[in-house]
Design a protein around this ligand. Structure first.
Ligand code: NAD
Length: 239
């Protein structure tokens, strides 16, 4: 049986690669491509089982709520949603499910898991993320989630060395300084650097092509029917 898939944000960088990946999958059927100005009704008219949301921080929450309320499962790749937004989405799930992942690249998911583990032993940490100049949000959703995970596992929150409040020292998220680089030629990279007496540990992931995200996106599309309510992160699908 094939799963009918709609892509919202289909003309964008991620949306267009997602359309290609869905078209190439023999168990998936791309039934709708929706972008700015198109009615979301097209997703319903096409009978989509699952929508993949790759729009913008401004649009993602509204689109996702609208689809969930109409019974369409949503795999959300667009970043920029707050904890309040996620709580609102959780309330809109059932019978349709929602999976929100700030990063669908399996290597980046592993990087987040390893960073969380390392922070339990090495609490002094900073994050450097780099993306293309067209990225709408900064710092990235992946950096925010990594900082959150680090904040949950480190035994205490060290005071970052000063000068406090100096913009070049990065934006503090959960007490972790995060530095955002925007340069042509970059797709998506993240380095998490831990420091301790006489040593440093660097964990780094580079997505050098947007196809890096597709195995994770397709995994989420295939598995979302079996999930329940709201799932944040790809991790539960990788175990
Ligand atoms: P993009 O600007 O290239 O594409 C966004 C597309 O969404 C555009 O075509 C735009 O016209 C369309 N759009 C905007 N508002 C819309 C609306 N209301 N309805 C329908 N379409 C609308 O951006 P991108 O580089 O493709 O990134 C999209 C999102 O995905 C960003 O939030 C980015 O941070 C995120 N992203 C996530 C991952 C991940 O693994 N989760 C990876 C890369 C990028």
């Amino acid at each position: 049986m094939t799963t009918r898939v709609a892509v919202v944000g289909a003309a964008g960088r991620m949306g267009s690669v997602t359309c290609e990946a869905v078209e190439q999958a023999t168990d998936l059927d791309l039934v709708a491509r929706v972008d700015s100005g198109d009615p979301l009704d097209a997703v319903l008219d096409a009978g989509a089982d699952v929508a993949v949301e790759f729009t913008t921080p401004d649009s993602v929450r509204g689109n996702t709520e609208w689809l969930l309320q109409r019974g369409v499962h949503v795999v959300v790749g667009a970043t920029g949603m707050s904890d309040d937004d996620l709580a609102e989405l959780a309330a809109r799930t059932g019978p349709a499910n929602c999976l929100v992942a700030p990063n669908f690249a399996v290597g980046a998911v592993l990087l987040m898991q390893l960073a969380s583990k390392a922070a339990a032993v090495l609490p002094d940490v900073e994050i450097i993320e780099a993306h293309h100049p067209g990225k709408a949000d900064a710092p990235s959703g992946t950096a925010r989630r990594t900082a959150r995970l680090v904040g949950e596992t480190r035994p205490y929150r060290p005071d970052p060395p000063g000068p406090a409040g100096e913009p070049s020292r990065g934006r503090e998220i959960e007490g972790v300084p995060v530095h955002a680089v925007r340069l042509p030629g970059v797709v998506a990279s993240q380095e998490v650097v831990f420091g301790a007496e006489g040593q440093t540990l660097s964990l780094r992931h580079d997505a050098i092509d947007r196809t890096a995200f597709m195995p994770g996106v397709l995994l989420a599309v295939r598995r979302i029917d079996g999930l329940s309510g709201l799932t944040v992160g790809l991790d539960p699908l990788l175990v």
